[in-house]
Ligand binder design. Structure first.
Ligand code: ADP
Ligand code: MG
Length: 213
């Protein structure tokens, strides 16, 4: 009898681990990779060349866990470097890949491969990052994890960039010198806070202009 989910008929899956910086995405990716290796599955790990913060060819977490990875300059390079025997593909910093990463991941899954992706869902402005929106939609499993707010210790879903007014590019590869994990309240722009405060005061005092029906 042909078993479900067995041998060459195994169906691939797409897993995404997302969240702000310092939330443990890389740790979680490494944990899943290590477990697959314990199960003696052939694993290949990729990362974009742009991310060489700690090591040119290792994926390294903020807590110094590391695993050997292949740096690639484009998403199609992942397919070019794939071995026939690979059962699991892990990709870190997925937000830095071009939009072709979506068809590449679909292709991997169609081949029966388990694809584990980790990356930032939002940039420091709170906008969605690169291919993440589509990736989250097509994934079989999504884990959105939180860091700890550096201001108050609450769970943090946002990445705050220091000196954001001086450097406003979406991509500025860096560490705690540039970025902090923050809860929504401590991430919001001071100006926006004031806007909101003024708005709620005007609501309370009935000063807002009402839309006529
Ligand atoms: P990510 O890949 O999401 O940026 P990592 O897996 O590299 O995160 O690192 C997570 C580790 O970062 C935590 O286990 C902890 O040791 C450390 N860390 C440093 N600052 C924070 C913070 N503000 N909140 C949570 N963890 C933090
Ligand atoms: Mg990481």
């Amino acid at each position: 009898m042909v078993g479900y989910n067995m041998g060459h008929l195994a169906s691939g899956t797409v897993e995404v681990v997302c969240g702000p910086m310092f939330s443990g995405k890389t740790e979680e990716l490494i944990r899943r990779v290590r477990r697959a290796q314990i199960a003696r599955q052939k694993v290949q790990i990729f990362k974009p060349t742009i991310d060489d913060r700690y090591h040119k060819s290792d994926v390294v977490s903020h807590s110094s866990l590391s695993v050997e990875a292949q740096p690639v300059t484009s998403s199609t390079e992942i397919l070019a470097n794939l071995y026939d025997s690979t059962r699991v593909v892990a990709i870190d910093e997925i937000q830095f890949f071009d939009e072709k990463i979506i068809p590449v991941i679909k292709k991997l899954a169609r081949r029966g491969i388990r694809v584990i992706c980790a990356g930032l869902d939002q940039d420091y402005k709170g906008s969605s990052f690169g291919p993440l929106p589509e990736l989250l939609c097509m994934a079989d499993r999504v884990d959105k994890i939180q860091a700890i707010c550096t201001v108050c210790g609450a769970p943090a879903s946002k990445t705050y960039r220091r000196n954001a007014e001086e450097m406003s590019d979406q991509v500025l590869v860096g560490e705690s010198d540039h970025y902090e994990a923050r809860c929504r309240g401590h991430w919001d722009d001071h100006e926006e806070d004031e806007d909101l405060l003024a708005f709620s005061h005007s609501l309370q005092s009935g000063e807002t202009s009402h839309v006529s029906e």
